[in-house]
Design a protein around this ligand. Sequence first.
Ligand SMILES: [Zn+2]
Ligand SMILES: [Zn+2]
Length: 330
Amino acid sequence: MDRIVGIQSILMTRRLLFLAFLGFALLLTGCSTWAARMFTRSVSRIHEPISSPPSMITQPLLPSADLAVAWVGHATALIQMHDKLVMTDPLFTSTVGIVVKRYIAPGMDPAILPKLDATLISHTHFDHFSYGSLEQLPRGGVLAVPLGALRYTPEFGFRAVYELAPWASVEDSGLTITAVPVQHFSGRYGFDGAWMRDHGYTGYVVQHKDLTVFFAGDTGYHPEYFKEIGRRFTIDLAVIPIGPGGSWEVGSRIHVHPRGALMIFQDVGADYMLPVHHKTLFYGFEEDPAQSIITLRALASELGLSDRIVDLDVGEQRIIIPSSRPVVTP
Ligand SMILES: [Zn+2]
Ligand SMILES: [Zn+2]
């Protein structure tokens, strides 16, 4: 009994130390408003339960799909390109950095994954580069990280780790992964953001056979980057953050709101867009964690884009291009 109380007090002390450290880091990084808001909201919700996802992904690899996508929550998407499986910014833990708690549990148990051919890490922030989540994944495939992030990458046992500068490509087992420029910031502990301002974050384009998928990571709107990505690639599906923040504005330098997300979608010229980075770890201005997707739906409808938005809830999966393989009848 005493031992349990002892362990609890150690955990409590660790949590308090972490809170003090995080508060200090926020001060050092200029206490940007969204970070301060995320911090205070998270502390106030620390004892609230995490809600169950509306659905659960049960079949990661669909025999009837050439291109399919599932939203696990936050920036975590599971993308199927023919028989390949690619995951973006895996986040399966219930808290991020001990204190930032998710609203909705992940829409997939990583234990059901038969394999992952590639895992993409967009940047070093805790909600995108989650060590505790990477440990839960199958390691047979490759891990891609942005330039500057290799020194933050523990040995997880992936078959290969590629650190990619903007526009650098790697080809591995039929997948071509290209890092593409986006506009965000990096660092992991607050103070390191000072020298990680211009690297350590990226988007990716993944190609396999006739399919091309773009993952924007975490980004603000940039008037040139996304147009250039659109010129270089013919994109079937774009996975784009729409938060934090559900306003009708473009967004800030480092984050897009729904309007900025749709501008990226139009600039890259993709056929379909999966909105991510909303609802799961909510730190927008609005009271309703669903505000980003509500605004996105309204804007998409105004722009005539609604039928190209893959509007998935946490734990939902959709076939974008059905399988062209002939159906074998017994
Ligand atoms: Zn970030
Ligand atoms: Zn983020």
